[in-house]
Design a protein around this ligand. Structure first.
Ligand SMILES: *[C@@H]1O[C@H](CO)[C@@H](O)[C@H](O)[C@H]1NC(C)=O
Length: 195
């Protein structure tokens, strides 16, 4: 009895390892346009977590606006939330709330009024960094920005350069808003995993 059971166990182990080996072979197989790669092949070591803080300047008034409306619907003017308004921005990012402080990059992209019941934007933009080791690297944001809420959180969906494989979130908090002109200074805290 004990002998049979030992035999059964070894056949099971043999069968199981055959399945495992063929599974490994199957996943290691490449086809004409893809192959498996070890992260080491791309020089990727350990994933890091970084916190970035900067101030975003959205200037809509005056002779040199950094954000300009590019499209709207016929009904946008009758909507208290400007539903349908699409604005293109190239907003400076600085280290302190003063616009004259050191420039670390720009926020380039679109914000579009996407809610009929409150002022809330669809944000689709890239943070393009120009300072120090981050010069030339970007982070891509796609999220919802309900501008009169205290802290708005938007996902970071990817990045380039030092931010390849980036994931994380950005928190936006209004630092100052001029209700007459619409110009705003927004504090951003970005938490991002990258290599
Ligand atoms: C950032 O990179 C650009 C292009 O490579 C270069 O012209 C510029 O001087 C760099 N800026 C800083 C602050 O290093």
């Amino acid at each position: 009895m004990a002998k049979i059971s030992r035999n059964a166990t070894s056949s099971f182990i043999l069968l199981f390892s055959t399945i495992l080996i063929s599974m490994t072979l199957a996943t290691a197989k490449s086809d004409s346009f893809s192959r498996n790669l070890s992260p080491k092949n791309l020089g990727l070591k350990r994933e890091k977590l970084s916190h970035l803080q900067f101030y975003f300047h959205d200037i809509v008034s005056g002779r040199n606006p950094t954000a300009v409306p590019v499209a709207r619907a016929a009904m946008t003017k009758n909507s208290f939330s400007s539903f349908g308004l699409v604005t293109m921005m190239d907003d400076p990012l600085t280290v302190t709330p003063e616009i004259s402080s050191k420039l670390v990059g720009r926020a380039q992209g679109i914000y579009a009024s996407a809610s009929q019941s409150e002022l809330s934007f669809l944000m689709a933009l890239n943070f393009v960094f120009s300072e120090g080791k981050y010069n030339g690297s970007t982070l891509s944001i796609l999220g919802r920005n309900s501008v009169f809420s205290g802290v708005r959180e938007m996902p970071i969906v990817g990045g380039s350069g030092l931010f390849r494989f980036a994931r994380g979130y950005a928190q936006a908090k209004t630092h100052e808003i001029d209700l007459k002109t619409g110009d705003a200074i927004v504090e951003y805290n970005v938490y991002v995993f990258h290599y």
